[in-house]
Design a protein. Structure first.
Length: 540
């Protein structure tokens, strides 16, 4: 929040305004608020007094009142750039990103050559995941203030968000030449190094960032993901809890209930387990619910609505509700992704091995009739892309046209509900069966998967669905994979039916798809295609 220090009031009593400012600077906030309001009672169009009252309100955590005061300030004086800037900051605090962008835009209109204003606008665009626009804003800030390390660091961060770690490293190293102790640049350098497979360098960069700023949340978060990826599970799960301190995370739900800890025991407690990340995470960690129920807990599961019908098949769970729905009164709560840490899980706690969810028999039969095979050829499911809003979507999704080499090897069913515009024409020209209009929820997808010989998918929720069902699934992974797939292995400890195909180099999917084609050709006549033994690699 900008701390404006005007020398005189714009209208109204200058001595009274000076008194309010002095009280404010001295931290006597009650007196300052009363004095600002006294000034405004006599001069309701005093823009500076409204502005400083807004600053005071935000200092007290009363952001809505602060926003109201800032809006009154700019209504009285549209040329008061500091009030527009603080209005943008207050909206940012309240996650009103469009309103924040509008306010910063007005400030930039008044001072277009101010690099810091463009930098602030870039930060909002980054939060809104408008990464190309954020990059342009940061580059403009750097052009205006070429010697400012923070701007170069933000250019590097925007390039990282766009999946360009190589160019990002150049900006981040330039930042560190100018400012060797810039802990944010160091942490982002670690992210770029990790994306390029330079994990030892990444660990060193995170460590140095934390030496300089032990409380820097993003460095600790990214270090926890590296720990998990490398199989350092105790440290990884411990560090994973820092996610609640990240500005990008929403506050945890159900804080009114005590958080469950393993030492509290399970018997007789009604426990609320709640989803807090993606659909795949919920499918992966939902396995804990029946395991806890078998040990005496009365489990209530709160999950994303598309998963409710399917997860009601989890054994022993008392109730499954969608996020936001009413549920039975509970004694304790815990987010699903915190469960492994409570049990000091190694690779995984060997609980409820797949299949731990079951497709509805009636849906399976109904889909079997619709998918009745006429060719005698194998029937495969395909997912080429995931959630476009995912930060790493560009790295993990694959254009549908690249799968052309696989299509002659069987009959194919599309298992995803969303498809990129670039893929629509390719789908129309192919013989892939498009079921998007008929997929109501994951219970339908599960019933279809149950009828297939094999699922081939990028790293998205359907990979977890097939794994949870115990169905054969081949998962195509980017060069820098998500932590759960670990390193240098073609199998998964989470899903024994899974086989992993890994990129050899960033953005290079052709060798991966060639490996898949050869593996399809090598499948046994009975349709089996089990993963190689643990540790054996299909690619290097």
């Amino acid at each position: 929040m900008v701390r404006a220090r005007p020398s005189a009031a714009r209208g109204g009593s200058a001595p009274a305004h000076a008194t309010a400012l002095a009280q404010h600077r001295a931290g006597r906030l009650d007196e300052a608020e009363a004095s600002y309001r006294q000034v405004l009672a006599g001069a309701p169009a005093n823009a500076t007094a409204w502005h400083m009252l807004g600053v005071l309100m935000c200092q007290r955590g009363r952001f809505e009142a602060g926003i109201d005061a800032f809006e009154r300030a700019v209504a009285a004086d549209p040329g008061l750039a500091a009030a527009w800037l603080d209005l943008g900051a207050a909206h940012r605090e309240r996650r009103n990103l469009d309103a924040a962008l509008a306010a910063y835009g007005r400030a930039i209109g008044l001072h277009p050559a101010n690099g810091e204003l463009h930098n602030r606008r870039g930060e909002i665009l980054s939060l809104a995941r408008r990464d190309e626009e954020a990059l342009a804003a940061y580059e403009r800030a750097l052009a205006l203030d070429p010697g400012k390390p923070a701007h170069a660091a933000n250019v590097g961060a925007a390039l990282l968000a766009l999946g360009r770690p190589g160019p990002a490293i150049a900006y981040l190293r330039d930042t560190l030449v100018r400012a060797p102790n810039h802990h944010i640049a160091l942490a982002n350098l670690g992210v770029a190094q990790q994306a390029l497979g330079q994990r030892a360098d990444a660990r060193a960069s995170y460590g140095r960032a934390l030496d300089l700023a032990p409380a820097y949340v993003e460095a600790r978060w990214n270090l926890s993901l590296l720990d998990l990826l490398e199989g350092r599970f105790e440290a990884g799960w411990r560090g994973h809890e820092v996610r609640w301190q990240r500005p990008a995370n929403e506050a945890p739900r159900h804080a009114e209930l005590p958080r469950w800890r393993a030492e509290l025991g399970l018997a007789g407690r009604r426990m609320l387990l709640w989803a807090e990340q993606g659909l795949g995470d919920t499918l992966q960690f939902g396995r804990y619910a029946p395991w806890l129920a078998a040990r005496g807990a009365r489990v209530v599961l709160e999950v994303q609505a598309p998963l409710c019908a399917l997860l009601r098949t989890l054994g022993g769970v008392e109730q499954v509700v969608a996020v936001g729905q009413a549920h039975a009164p509970c004694d304790v709560q815990l987010p699903l992704m915190s469960l492994p840490g409570e049990f000091a899980a190694g690779e995984h706690v060997n609980v409820a091995p797949p299949p731990y969810v079951r497709p509805d028999p009636e849906r399976v039969h109904r889909w079997a009739q619709r998918l009745r095979r006429r060719s005698g050829r194998p029937l495969y499911g395909l997912v080429c892309s995931g959630n476009p809003a995912h930060r790493k979507d560009a790295e993990r999704s694959i254009a549908l046209r690249r799968f052309d080499r696989l299509l002659p090897r069987g009959d194919w069913v599309l298992l995803q509900r969303e498809l990129r515009e670039r893929d629509e024409e390719c789908l129309k020209r192919s013989a892939i069966l498009d079921l998007r209009r008929d997929l109501d929820d994951f219970a339908d997808t599960a019933a279809i998967v149950q009828n297939l010989d094999l699922v081939i998918t990028v790293d998205t929720a359907v990979a977890h669905l097939a794994g949870a069902l115990g169905k054969p699934v081949w998962i195509l992974l980017p060069y820098a994979p998500d932590w759960r797939w670990l390193l240098d292995r073609s199998d998964s400890p989470w899903y024994p039916s899974a086989r992993l195909f890994r990129q050899r180099a960033p953005d290079d999917w052709d060798p991966v798809l060639d490996d898949v084609a050869r593996a399809l050709d090598a499948r046994a006549p009975d349709g089996t295609g089990a993963a190689p033994p643990q540790g054996q690699q299909t690619v290097t």
